[in-house]
Ligand binder design. Structure first.
Ligand SMILES: [Zn+2]
Length: 488
């Protein structure tokens, strides 16, 4: 049987999280607002108005370009993309065509073993073909056979970013979107929520016999609004194309629409030729001049990126990749981890265990922001030190997490106040040990007859009586002494 491979390119539209739109002062994010409540003569294209560029849009675009290793153009231009559609009141979209904000770029995309066909992790080099600023059009929705238009989205700032045909599987496409979403949130330039259309994705899919280099006619999948749906839609389309080719038919360049409810692709239209958008320079806007000073200012606090930080965590803290990946899933979480490690000074892997198991569960269950928690990195570090020093046991330490989070008190203060410290007073523990042995003559006899594994059972009895606060190793020592001494 012929071995096929898929050739996939993704076209993403990223809504930047600016306060206002790209060329007017209307509110940018109006997801929850009624139709036509965030519009003005500029974004609706009434005669006699002029657009004014929102500086923040350029700055956020530059951050993304830098993160994608793209070259930033010192001089870039806006162009008009002309087409007629009911949701485009101006009759054109202001975009960037041949001299856009950035040129080139790439992302070295790690594909985890779980998303790899042969269960081996690998890296996919994804090139960036286009990265430019543009304004969004309005929203169209069909209801009761009527077409309804909402202009709120007109003029919402977008970055359009298009990859080369470099992805080879539906899983790789999903990984690309996962990493892009992580990056956008890390840089703080977009909420990147696909369900709210902050991040939209169209996928171009074709297949070829593995080993060939030519590109075959592709189909374009539109209207996919979650990462899972992108993965699913691409996988279905690859299967369909293979079936078609195997049956001796040609793949036609269709535009397909993903139907979320039925999980199927429907043909929207034939995509025979590219529309002629008659691009020309936007006469109402000046070019963007990104001189060195402005670029330096924008990039002054450019952060370490998630994949770099992930690699550093593995290297510097000797963490498994699994841990490093989770801890760098969000910038605030990775800062929290690193601050705890610094404050603690002990084994970084131990911090990772506590954070990933207990603290992260708390964060997720209660919807907390790591930066605003009462359980600060210093407080978590203090709990770890108390456990290390034998002042409290692990269970008490874990209970302290929630107590500190609720009260904002220092862990040490709570231990003192509530008497949570371990009892390591020899005579107190000895008394309890004697009581436990006196209550269990049969087990004592069995132990003395050679069933020494019963020691754990005796220790358990002591811990139960002391409600977990006995120093377990001391209790064990005393029990052994008592059991052996009477024997001799
Ligand atoms: Zn407006």
């Amino acid at each position: 049987m012929t071995d096929y491979e898929a050739v996939i390119g993704l076209e993403t539209h990223i809504q930047l999280n600016t306060v206002t739109k790209v060329f007017c002062s209307c509110k940018a994010d109006s997801w929850f607002d009624p139709p036509h409540t965030n519009i003005c003569p500029v974004c609706c294209g009434l005669p006699g108005v002029l657009p004014v560029l929102n500086k923040a849009v350029v700055e956020k675009g530059v951050l993304l370009a830098r993160a994608m290793n793209a070259e930033i153009r010192p001089l870039s231009f806006f162009d008009r993309k002309n087409y007629f559609y009911p949701d485009l009141p101006k009759g054109y979209q202001i975009s960037q065509f041949d001299q856009s904000l950035a040129r080139g770029g790439y992302l070295d995309l790690p594909i985890p073993a779980a998303a790899s066909p042969d269960k081996q992790a690998y890296t996919r080099h994804v090139t960036i073909w286009k990265l430019h600023i543009e304004e969004d059009a309005g929203k169209t929705k069909v209801s009761n056979q009527r077409r309804l238009i909402d202009f709120n989205r007109c003029g919402v700032p977008l970055v359009e970013m298009v990859t080369g045909p470099d992805l080879r599987t539906a899983d790789e496409a999903a990984q690309y979107l996962i990493r892009l979403r992580q990056l956008l949130r890390w840089l703080g330039i977009s909420e990147a929520d696909m369900e709210k259309a902050h991040l939209r994705c169209d996928a171009n899919v074709s297949i070829r016999v593995r080993g060939e280099t030519k590109l075959n006619p592709k189909t374009e999948i539109k209207n996919v609004n979650s990462i899972d749906a992108v993965r699913e839609a691409i996988a279905r389309e690859i299967e369909r194309q293979i079936r078609e080719v195997e049956a001796g038919r040609h793949i036609e360049a269709w535009t397909l629409e993903w139907d979320e409810d039925s999980g199927t692709l429907k043909k929207m239209r034939s995509k025979e030729t590219e529309a002629d958008y008659r691009y020309f320079r936007e006469p109402d806007l000046l070019p963007i001049r990104l001189d060195e000073g402005w670029q330096r200012q924008i990039l002054a606090d450019f952060p370490e990126l998630p994949l770099e930080r992930r690699a550093r965590f593995v290297e510097q803290y000797n963490l498994p990749e699994y841990d490093a990946d989770i801890l760098t899933s969000e910038r605030k979480l990775s800062d929290y981890y690193e601050n705890t490690v610094k404050s603690y000074g002990g084994d970084p892997k131990k911090v990772s265990n506590w954070l990933m198991n207990d603290v992260l569960r708390m964060i997720n269950d209660q919807g907390l922001n790591p930066q605003e928690m009462q359980l600060t990195p210093d407080a978590l570090a203090e709990i770890l030190k108390l456990v290390d020093a034998g002042t409290i046991n692990i269970n008490t330490g874990k209970a302290l997490l929630q107590k500190v989070q609720e009260s904002g008190k220092k862990p040490g203060a709570i231990v003192a106040e509530e008497g949570l410290g371990l009892v390591s007073d020899d005579s107190t523990i000895r008394e309890v040990c004697q009581a436990v042995l006196a209550e269990s003559p049969n087990e004592v006899a069995a132990y003395r007859a050679g069933k020494v594994t019963l020691i754990g059972w005796f220790v358990g009895g002591v811990m139960k009586k002391m409600r977990g606060k006995a120093d377990a190793s001391l209790a064990r020592q005393i029990l052994e002494d008592l059991l052996n001494e009477k024997n001799g």
